[in-house]
Ligand binder design. Structure first.
Ligand code: CMC
Length: 390
């Protein structure tokens, strides 16, 4: 009709119908397929959550074992994918490598590129969930100049990822159960978050019929920014910049200053205006891991003091700017030895199931349309062209 709603930032636009994830930002509620994130994070496993996000079903033990087996059998990437890594500078940002190599998967797995076929869609979803940890660990190994480590089928999803990250041929890597559990929890807490920027990007890319690997590469790109998945990396960089507890007041004052663009990274959320339920569970893991590892890193003292201030300072309390999930996940990742520039890749690994579940849901719905927002044009009105040479 020519009429449309002007809604920059999509603050009030519902772009789709979805039965995957429910969020009540005002009450701090997050449900996946009806189950609370607190219950899932405390009592289930990441692969169980993957199964329910993708298939809308709570599997019985037998079905779950079958799903786990399918994922485990797809963890290796095609050997030729290694070559792509060797084309990158070895100090390339891991997210740059991840964008490229996930997209490159479209050139390997030709048998699941027909997006109209639900069986092929599910197969590509399984492949992506299975191979993301392998690709992410390869990004790290390439950065540090160590040989790639093949996946191990005898380990859990989280333990296999940690092993591909940290084991070296010369010695066995021993995985602490607390660290394995914390890693799995980070995966669960980042698995899905309804129509955030990267998921909306995946849906928009997928709405044109693009293949799943290209769509997930688009999601990785969208996640990279510091206002979204880059927040945990930006948060750790900020802690490094602050350095010591005595410098915190200076940075808090900057965060409150309207004329200073500086923001406390890892604080605030577009949807949660009460508390971030993911942060509550992540905070428990954070304290568990720090206690077990007896970490004496001064940055963690800075983080704990910032947390105290943000939870008590009237500016943050009134604006409802509490620590979000990425504040705590960044601290945990750092404590278990994962370098800061890998944080967003780990978010991408975990969010892949959310992205692909939304993509699959969208393509399963009848009457699915290409996404095509409108704009308010603010440019010139029609004018006459004269060739530049005149
Ligand atoms: N530090 C200081 N002030 C802040 C912050 C912050 N981190 N976040 C928001 N504000 C202030 C902001 O200046 C504004 O003040 P005023 O009303 O006086 O103009 C008010 O709070 C509302 O901010 P907004 O930008 O309108 O809020 P938003 O809902 O558009 O933005 C956000 C949400 C997450 C982008 C923002 O809080 C932010 O930039 N936080 C830091 C980055 C971050 O941690 N992002 C990760 C989000 S969780 C992971 C994910 O879901 O991707």
């Amino acid at each position: 009709s020519g009429y449309f709603t002007f809604d920059p930032g999509f603050m009030a636009t519902g772009s789709c119908e979805s039965s995957i994830t429910f969020i009540d930002g005002a009450k701090g509620i997050l449900l996946h397929r009806g189950y609370s994130i607190e219950d899932l994070a405390r009592h289930s496993s990441y692969l169980e959550v993957c199964h329910m996000l993708l298939h809308d079903a709570t599997p019985n033990a037998e079905e779950f074992l079958e799903f786990q087996d399918t994922i485990t059998r797809h963890t290796m990437v095609h050997e030729q994918l290694n070559m792509f890594f060797h084309g990158f500078r070895n100090d390339a940002h891991p997210m740059a490598m991840l964008c490229g190599t996930v997209g490159a998967m479209s050139s390997f797995y030709h048998s699941d590129l027909d997006v109209k076929d639900p069986e092929q869609r599910v197969r590509s979803a399984h492949r992506l969930i299975a191979k993301m940890p392998t690709l992410v660990a390869m990004c790290y190994k390439y950065n540090v100049g160590q040989p790639f480590v093949y996946p191990r089928n005898d380990l859990s999803y989280a333990a296999n990822f940690l092993n591909m990250m940290f084991s070296v041929p010369a010695e066995e890597y021993k995985i602490s159960p607390t660290v394995e559990r914390a890693m799995d929890r980070i995966f669960i807490l980042h698995a899905d978050h309804e129509q955030n920027a990267s998921t909306s990007t995946v849906r928009l890319a997928g709405s044109s019929g693009a293949n799943p690997y290209a769509c997930i590469a688009a999601g990785v790109a969208s996640l990279w920014g510091p206002a979204h998945g880059g927040a945990n990396e930006a948060c750790l960089k900020m802690l490094e910049e602050i350095g010591t507890v005595d410098r915190i007041p200076e940075f808090v004052a900057r965060a409150k200053d309207k004329d200073d663009p500086f923001r406390l990274m890892g604080f605030g959320h577009r949807v949660y205006k009460n508390h971030d339920p993911r942060a509550t569970v992540m905070r428990e893991s954070c304290h568990e891991v720090l206690a077990e590892m007896n970490v004496k890193n001064p940055l963690l003292q800075v983080a704990m003091e910032l947390e105290r201030i943000a939870l008590s300072d009237p500016y943050f309390v009134e604006k409802k700017l509490f620590p979000n999930v990425d504040f705590y996940s960044g601290i945990v990742l750092s404590a278990i030895g994962i370098p800061t520039n890998m944080f967003t890749c780990i978010f991408a690994l975990a969010r892949t199931v959310g992205w692909i579940s939304h993509w699959h849901e969208m393509l399963s719905q009848p009457g699915q349309k290409i996404g095509r927002p409108r704009q308010l044009y603010t440019g010139h009105s029609k004018r006459n062209y004269s060739p530049i040479t005149k």
